[in-house]
Design a protein around this ligand. Sequence first.
Ligand code: NAP
Length: 303
Amino acid sequence: MELDILKSGSEAVILTLTGVDPNSTIQDVKRKIAFQKRAIYPERQSLRLESRGRSLDDKVVISSLNLNRGRVLYLKDLGPQIGWSTVFLAEYAGPLLAYMISFTRPYWLYGNNADLPMSYVVKIAAACWTLHYSKRIYETIFVHRFSHSTMPIMNLFKNCAYYWGFAFYIGYFVNHPLYTEPFFGKVQVYLGLISFLLNEYGNYSIHVALRDLRPPGSTERKIPMPTKNPFTFLFRYVSCPNYAYEWYSWASFSIMTQTLPAAIFTAVGFYQMAVWALGKHRNYKKEFPNYPKRRTAIVPFLL
Ligand SMILES: NC(=O)c1ccc[n+]([C@@H]2O[C@H](COP(=O)([O-])OP(=O)(O)OC[C@H]3O[C@@H](n4cnc5c(N)ncnc54)[C@H](OP(=O)(O)O)[C@@H]3O)[C@@H](O)[C@H]2O)c1
């Protein structure tokens, strides 16, 4: 059969594929397109049924599609791609380094104050920071099973600027020689620390539960449910407990260090994750008609 490939967002014909086997998949069509348009390799392509519709899964068979408006598919060029793992490693190793620069109290940053003694809170905060980003690197390598092998290269610059920038900003203030300990002293610090550690473990537990939903090598998606691990109970209430635990962690870190930059990072992170969680929640409801009704996106009962 013949298939017209139109540009997403307009009706311009990019190319016409001939001899397409109706039993071939979207992935096969992408390969055929890439054969004629070498710059648009398969990972760069998003094929859709409608001009501004959702991306079709690579495994979808052409004959199973109701090709409306004749034999037409829309192609969106996602731009140059980069491997997910590379992005995550750059995103997460950077903040470790950016935070640790100020932890070493360099003279060029703090002048003569650099010699002042370091509070125990500052050392605990550096340990928490290291734990968090080491955990993320570990998860990227050993836990997550991503469905996409690549992402747009622009995300690398955007995400790195976000994570590296905040790491330096927070590190500068927490590690500052004139840093003052929290108002309620040890009680506040250790309650913040315990809460931080529990929420980090909660976040890790959710990532493991999500990983276990997907057989190795597949891109399958299922409705996540609480497992035997008690930290996964949040699935009963929200669609993205990993994001929930993540912002509880940063709220705990902010309480522990009592610094404004950490609180701003918590607020910005919460906003971003809430936007993503709402999108994922909407998708779950669309994808699974039997999706649990009482779940919200990220804040139990509210949002
Ligand atoms: N501090 C911040 O501002 C901030 C912001 C964003 C993220 N984060 C952290 O980074 C972590 C990872 O973020 P993310 O956005 O990649 O999380 P995510 O979308 O929830 O995904 C985590 C992993 O689980 C898979 N997954 C999700 N739902 C699934 C389902 N129903 N069935 C099977 N597999 C499923 C995902 O696969 P796919 O590849 O198919 O999506 C991905 O590999 C977060 O949990 C959070 O801790 C922090």
